[in-house]
Design a protein around this ligand. Structure first.
Ligand code: ADP
Ligand code: 5SP
Length: 472
């Protein structure tokens, strides 16, 4: 029995699953937390990865390993392979101005023309989340750090590189061994999803020079071997890895509720949405992954549970105890600013308060409804790009909430599949590792519950859209 390991280095934590390469049976698992904040030194991810691996019983008996990671994080390396400065994460909004500047510059002052340029050139209109805008911000605000950058990579690229045995002091030879995959490269802002090529001229004009970039591997290429001899797979961005983990095929839409809320579909054609709502990413199996991402999902639940002084389980019970529509309360969940729609400086808001409806149960329900409504808007944006949603596969930490499941079934109007609670990003990485070992993606069974589509009798989505439109 060959074993493979899948790793999910996500915003809040690192999770490791070790599975049987043939059957997919879960053999061992472990996890460790990441520090909070939108700027994190990559060493913390490496420490957490080692802790999670140790909790999962180590990698000594593992034949192949793959890393899925939070997308877009800016990892800058100097000529010796040392980290230039802590990574700015996907949810750090300080580069919102840089994103707006890049759009205007590309359109010679005309933002709509600039948005069309970026959508065509890369598949995605720049927002603060993209690596490119972070580099542009760095060039303007920390020119000494920008000048020291010899290579730029993403969180999953850097962790794979550490697993290959490289790190600070590896020098040029080490930097040349950096590897990535299409799914994560397509979220940088300096890669064309449609052609599969980097766009060095874009980097040159944003950063001032063109650093070394990781070589982009195909879905089942080998990045190298760990010092202990395990194959290292290309890895993937966490959303693409989740797609692999649930076995999403053409026509499936995945909705993930973690720190970010995402809605994405496996598609045969690349997206190029000049409205900026849909990001035109690639998937990890050779297709495309049009995706909508919000900054506010489960942390809205965490913050509301903290306010109500209840556990997350009690929060869910409260939300389930309230009527659909939360007695008229509507929560627009832009607590951390928002990415989709692009409102980096927005704050959340609560509408429709009366003395009668202002109860903990209604507040919990409004938090769940607000987050699900924001993702329903994401689904509508995908559909506007021609995505046909036959069913929604619900994943991420928040998918374990019965309240989220109930509200999603009511508001989305599409049948929902909820896979058994699990770590689907890490599972997707494990499936890729098994694929690298055997030469093809294995078919692993997925245990799931199907929820029939319900009806939004209380008009929750229409009311949400009225209040959310006040931000326009
Ligand atoms: N039963 C639940 N109900 C609501 N939220 C939950 C539940 N279980 C976990 N979460 C939330 O899910 C988040 C972690 O999910 P995860 O997908 O691992 O996030 P990330 O990938 O962003 O690190 C936390 O914010 C946690 O509070
Ligand atoms: O920025 C995106 C997608 O474009 C996020 O989805 C990140 O990839 C972080 O994911 P989580 O840690 O929330 O799973």
């Amino acid at each position: 029995m060959a074993l493979v390991a899948g790793i999910d280095s996500s915003t809040q934590s690192c999770k490791v699953v070790i599975r049987d390469a043939d059957t997919g049976a879960l053999v061992r698992q472990g996890r460790a937390s990441h520090p909070d904040g939108t700027e994190v030194h990559p060493d913390h991810w490496w420490t957490a990865l080692q802790e999670a691996v140790a909790a999962a019983g180590g990698l000594d008996d593992v034949a192949a390993v793959s890393v899925g990671g939070q997308q877009h994080g800016m990892v800058c390396l100097d000529s010796e392979g040392g980290v230039v400065r802590p990574a700015l994460l996907w949810n750090d909004t300080r580069s919102a101005g840089a994103a707006a500047d890049l759009i205007k510059e590309a359109g010679d002052g005309d933002a709509a023309a600039g948005a069309r340029y970026w959508a065509q050139a890369t598949g995605t209109v720049p927002v603060a989340s993209l690596t490119l805008t972070k580099l542009h911000w760095l060039a303007a605000n920390e020119p000494e750090n920008a000048a020291r950058i010899a290579a730029v990579c993403l969180p999953h690229d850097w962790l794979s590189w550490r697993l290959l045995g490289y790190g600070e002091g590896s020098g040029q030879e080490g930097l040349a061994a950096l590897r990535t995959d299409r799914s994560d490269a397509s979220g940088t802002g300096y890669f064309s999803t449609a052609t599969g090529e980097y766009l060095p001229e874009v980097l040159k004009s944003s950063l001032g020079h063109v650093p070394l970039l990781p070589k982009v591997l195909g879905p089942l290429d080998v990045a190298g071997k760990t010092p202990a001899g395990a194959l290292v797979a290309p890895g993937a961005g966490d959303n693409a890895a989740a797609g692999l983990g649930v076995g999403a095929g053409l026509g499936d839409v995945v909705m993930s509720l973690g720190t970010s809320g995402t809605v994405f579909a496996v598609s045969a054609t690349p997206a190029a949405d000049a409205s900026g709502l849909v990001a035109g990413f690639a998937d990890a199996a050779g297709h495309y992954l049009p995706l909508v991402c919000t900054l506010n999902a489960t942390r809205v639940f965490d913050a509301t549970a903290a306010l109500l002084d209840v556990s997350i389980g009690e929060f869910n019970d409260l939300a389930l105890s309230a009527e659909s529509g939360a007695g008229g309360l509507t929560l627009v969940p832009y607590f951390d600013g928002e990415r989709t729609p692009n409102l980096p400086d927005a704050t959340g808001s609560l509408h429709g308060i009366t003395r009668a409806n202002y109860t903990p149960a209604n507040l919990a329900r409004a938090a769940v409804e607000g987050v699900v409504c924001s993702l329903a808007d994401g689904l509508a944006a995908l559909q506007a790009q021609g995505v046909e949603a036959r069913r929604i596969i619900l994943v991420g930490g928040g998918a374990q909430s019965a309240a989220v499941q109930e509200v999603a079934a009511q508001l989305l109007g599409i049948n929902i599949t909820v896979p058994r609670p699990g770590e689907y990003v890490a599972d997707g990485a494990a499936r890729q590792a098994a694929g690298v070992l055997t030469g093809h993606f294995p078919q692993w069974a997925l245990d799931a519950v199907d929820l029939p589509a319900g009806k939004d009798d209380a008009g929750v989505l229409a009311r949400y859209r009225r209040y959310a439109s006040l931000y326009a």
